[in-house]
Every structure is written in C-alpha cells, then in structure tokens.
Design a protein around this ligand. Structure first.
Ligand SMILES: [Zn+2]
Ligand SMILES: [Zn+2]
Length: 235
C-alpha cells in the first residue's frame, strides 16, 4: 500500500508521494528577498536586513518555509527515516533550475555537520542533499573542502554564556584547489569556482555565512546557498 509521505493517508496512484490535502498545504515561499530568500509580502531585491548587514553569500533561496508539513518531512529525513528521497530531489532540482541555473555553478559544497550528529543520525543530511542535486545536475559535490573544527575557547576572555552561544566551531578550507575537484579547463584558481552551498534548513544563516566568508577569503568570487526550507526568522 502506497501512503502519503507526510500524513500516511493511503494513495491510489503509484506516481504520487503526497495526498492532495498535503500538497495544497505545502508552505511554498512565493515572494522573498532576492538576496537572502527571506519570505516577504512582496518580491524585493533586498530586504531591510540585507540592506543593513548583508550576508557573505551572494544569493540564497529555499522553496519552503520551515513549517508543517515540511517540518515533519525534514525531521524524518534528518533522522534517516525517509525511505524515499525522490520528493526532496525534485524540489532541490526545481529550485536549482529556477534560481541558480544562470549562476553557472561549478561545484556543490554541503554545510558540514558535526561528527557527533553524523554518528547519531547515520548520515550527514546536507551531504545527502548535495548528492541528490548532483545526480540531477551533474555538478560535482566538492568533498572535504569545508570542515568543522571545534574551537578551544579562551576561558578568561569569555563569560559562561558567551562560551555557550558563540560559534563553537570554525570552518576550515581544505583542498578547494585539489587536482580532482574540477575539470582541467576550470582549474586555474579559486576565483573560477562558483559555489552553491547546500543545507537542509536555514535558520539564522550563521553557518552558511561563516562558510561563505571562508570561501570568499580563499578567493572564491561567487557563493550561493540553497536549502529546502528556511525559518522566517530575521538575521
Ligand atoms: Zn498527506
Ligand atoms: Zn534579505
């Protein structure tokens, strides 16, 4: 028996993943900030937040707001309990096609998870998403470029609270320019990379911002971000 991936209602068609009711409830983002993807009432080139304090990445987009029923689906996916990844792949590809195709992306990079969460979940969700998109676009996933390293906080300079809330990890750029990362003709310098960062959910955008800062410092001139969903929270 085929069931709706979201509410488990029995489906009659073998081709569909969701029941009619769930499909009509999907929280698509229709109007948004062109720069950071924040859902807005009207289509904007740049929201107030981007005007005040722009992110280090150039262009971000998410097809959905992080709301039910997408929220439940992402939870299942992150816990590695989603048997069929086809809907996620279709959404990623559609978002790529409509928002990033003209950006001439040369490589996909997943926002790294911590080792501990990878062991707990049995996979790195962002890496899985990057691979799903790569299968459809044939854009390579660049492995081992970004890694998350724990920072040893300077105890004297930080209060207990700031130690807990400050970024406790730092991204490291490794092997961006390694031999096997790009086809030969594109192998000139980091500047020739046009990177699309991939993550499951954008909340504050902090992790992607850090990653983009590091990539830009390494000379990459275009860094974009694609996530399945984003919280309406401001940055
Ligand atoms: Zn349903
Ligand atoms: Zn914005």
């Amino acid at each position: 028996m085929i069931k709706c991936k979201l509410c488990f209602y029995p489906l009659s068609s073998l081709d569909s993943y969701f029941c009619y009711d769930c499909l009509t409830r999907l929280p698509y983002i229709t109007t948004h900030c062109e720069s950071c993807g924040l859902p807005t009432n009207t289509q904007l080139d740049m929201c107030g937040h981007c005007q005040k304090q722009p992110f280090a990445f150039d262009h971000a987009f998410s097809p959905f707001e992080y709301k039910p029923p997408i929220q439940a689906l992402i939870h299942q996916f992150k816990a590695n309990q989603l048997a069929n990844l086809k809907p996620l792949q279709a959404w990623l590809f559609s978002a790529y096609y409509h928002h990033f195709r003209h950006r001439k992306i040369t490589g996909l990079i997943a926002i790294p998870s911590s080792r501990r969460s990878m062991i707990r979940r049995g996979h790195a969700p962002a890496q899985t998403l990057a691979q799903l998109l790569s299968q459809r676009t044939h854009i390579p996933v660049l492995p081992n470029v970004l890694s998350k390293r724990w920072l040893v906080p300077n105890q004297k300079q930080q209060t207990k609270r700031s130690r807990q809330t400050a970024h406790q990890f730092k991204f490291h750029i490794e092997r961006l320019h390694a031999e096997n990362q790009l086809p030969h003709r594109q192998r000139n310098s980091n500047q020739d990379h046009r990177i699309l960062l991939i993550d499951d959910v954008m909340t504050t955008g902090g992790s992607a911002n850090e990653a983009a800062k590091h990539l830009k410092a390494a000379g990459v001139h275009q860094v974009d971000l694609l996530t399945i969903a984003r919280t309406p929270m401001n940055h």
